[in-house]
Design a protein around this ligand. Sequence first.
Ligand code: SAM
Length: 242
Amino acid sequence: LFVEHPLGEGQTIPLERDQAHYLFGVMRLGVGDFVELFNGHDGAWRCEVVQAGKRAGVLACEAQVKPLQMPPDLWLLFAPIKKARTDFIVEKAAEMGAARIMPVQTVFTNSERIRQDRLQAHAVEAAEQCGGTYVPEVTALQKLDRVLADWPEGRQLMFCDEAEVGSSSALSGVFASEAAREGQGAGPWAILIGPEGGFSPEERARLKALPFAHIVSLGPRILRADTAAVAAMTLWQQALGD
Ligand code: SAM
């Protein structure tokens, strides 16, 4: 269970109403039972229920059961699409171990707004279900141009574009050449997935010209953006991730 409270020797954790309802109402736990908690910073801790009520409760940290496990340094940039599909992308990115999930506004992006808190909550749920100790950060919606203008030194961008003819085998070439150049497994990477309408010709030209961008095909069919995100993360994981 995720909590926004420091975890450590001697810490007592007050529960919020919905957490108390879940543990004591739904899971039927009571005083003396144990729960595994994580907060994204302190690893996972075995905690004992010391007070259990309908709307509140208190847990006491007993022992750390897992250290903090940082995910690989992968960013997923995607243009938000319909609500349920955007939720899906965030959930799957968190499950696949992306460190940062970045909604970006492209020329053909249909959504002008996102609910960052709601997406962050999906990332928390996904981390809970994976038994992770880390929660990826979901950033605010930013213009793609802005993100590219502030691009960090050394990070590579896997720019997924269905207009690129070729096959996903080209991808291993991309990773292999990077690995060879850097003399190690991987520099940090980011994946970029476009919106329902894809990228505009100008955007595509700009992306292709960026020295850190590697244009990648995910096969001969046009995938839905949510499918493309999962496919790209899977290929990345196979080549470089853990
Ligand atoms: N209209 C569909 C939808 O509603 O989702 C298709 C959208 S597709 C244009 C969205 C994005 O997925 C593209 O901008 C690209 O990033 C990625 N994508 C889809 N198929 C791809 C492929 N075969 N190769 C590379 N990227 C692909």
